[in-house]
Design a protein around this ligand. Structure first.
Ligand code: DAH
Length: 357
């Protein structure tokens, strides 16, 4: 029977050399296949006597079982090895830190706008929002700035499609159009509520004071370290029967001192010109402490609302008087955080922005 033992040994050796399932199946064919070594031995049994056939057959069967079991062992071993490789390739290192999204935060200019809203809110001012694409009427004409007015050249702006040649649409150059938009709505509301059958175009009845701020984006053809084509403004408007420059000064001084958390901050109202106010003043502030101490810094324009503008609000200038101001939240942000280049606010660099969280 040594021939059978040899075959079994050779088969086992061939199987253990097979490195892949395909090699193994090829090796199997050599021993168990139709033309394999064992099959050949079976065929050779035809010439044997009945007794010899029995014992030879039993021996061949034992050899066959031994080869099949070696084959199955090797199949399992190869399958396990393959699985192991696959698991290694797809391995997850559960000890690695997860990939996280930061919590994010508010933009420094947004922080300023929120601050402005809350300070003026505490002084009884509403907050109004308006469109960034404006009509020529609200941006200029209604604000006492007619077509050929020299002040329009300072406001060279971005005109957009829509509107007509004589009344084009444009990106608003300031938030002042919101003075008209807000006042017109306010007047309409109280005029209707008063129930008076008043046919005059200008309202001179009773209404609560207008006290509003209107923050938002504005646009101009301007770009350098302190000017950006898109920038922010915040308009303020206070209209009533008994409002004076003194009130404006008081409110704005209070605002600046609260905003900058500085009780000794000094304000200066410097005569200036705006078509929609008369008289007009530029508002400068001066810190008494810190790196900017002693310098006058311009933060807003202001003035008494021009009677023509009061009329365009639908109000009788004989009865109502208004005060307005327009300030630059970008500039307030630069002063508050000591930032010297406005463009940093709009570059979107996370290294800069994350410092304000
Ligand atoms: N709209 C002006 C500008 O953009 C700023 C301004 C000045 C607004 C005086 C006002 C004001 O309300 O009274 O330059």
């Amino acid at each position: 029977m040594t021939d059978l033992n040899d075959i079994v040994d050779q088969a086992k050796a061939a199987f253990s050399h097979a490195a892949t399932p395909a090699d193994l199946e090829n090796a199997k064919a050599l021993y168990l296949g139709k033309a394999g070594r064992l099959t050949e031995l079976m065929k050779g049994m035809a010439a044997l006597s009945v007794d010899d056939k029995k014992s030879r057959g039993a021996a061949i069967n034992l050899a066959k079982q031994a080869i099949e079991s070696a084959l199955n062992d090797r199949r399992k071993a190869l399958a396990n090895a393959e699985l192991k490789l696959q698991l290694q390739a797809e391995a997850l290192d559960v000890t690695l830190p997860g990939r996280q999204r930061g919590a994010g935060g508010l933009h420094p200019v947004t922080l300023t706008l929120e601050r402005i809203e809350s300070i003026f809110g505490s002084m009884g001012f509403e907050v109004a929002q308006g469109p960034e694409i404006e009509t020529d009427w609200f941006n200029f004409t209604a604000l006492n700035t007619p077509q050929d007015h020299p002040a329009r050249s300072m406001h060279d702006t971005f005109y957009v499609e829509g509107g007509t040649e004589s009344a084009p649409h444009l990106l608003r150059t300031h938030t002042s159009p919101m003075q008209i938009r807000y006042a017109v709505q306010h007047v309409k509301k109280y005029r209707q509520a008063s129930g008076v059958d008043d046919t005059s175009p200008l309202f001179s009845g009773d209404m609560p004071e207008i006290r509003v701020i209107a923050p938002g984006r504005t646009y101009r053809v301007d770009s350098d370290a302190t000017h950006s084509p898109m920038f922010h403004q915040c308009e303020g408007l206070w209209v009533g029967e008994n409002v004076s420059f003194k009130d404006l000064k008081f409110v704005f001084t209070d605002f600046c001192r609260t905003f900058f958390e500085s009780d000794d901050l000094v304000l200066r109202f410097r005569p200036s010109f705006f078509p929609f106010t008369e008289p007009s003043a530029e508002i400068d502030i001066q810190f008494q402490q810190g790196p900017l101490a002693g310098r006058w810094l311009e933060v807003a324009g202001s003035g008494r609302v021009h009677p023509n503008v009061i009329r365009n609000m639908g109000l009788d200038p004989e009865k109502f008087i208004g005060f307005a101001f327009g300030m630059g939240p970008d500039r307030l942000t630069m002063l508050r955080y000591d930032v010297n280049d406005l463009r940093l606010f709009f570059d979107g660099d996370i290294r800069f922005l994350s410092q304000f969280q």
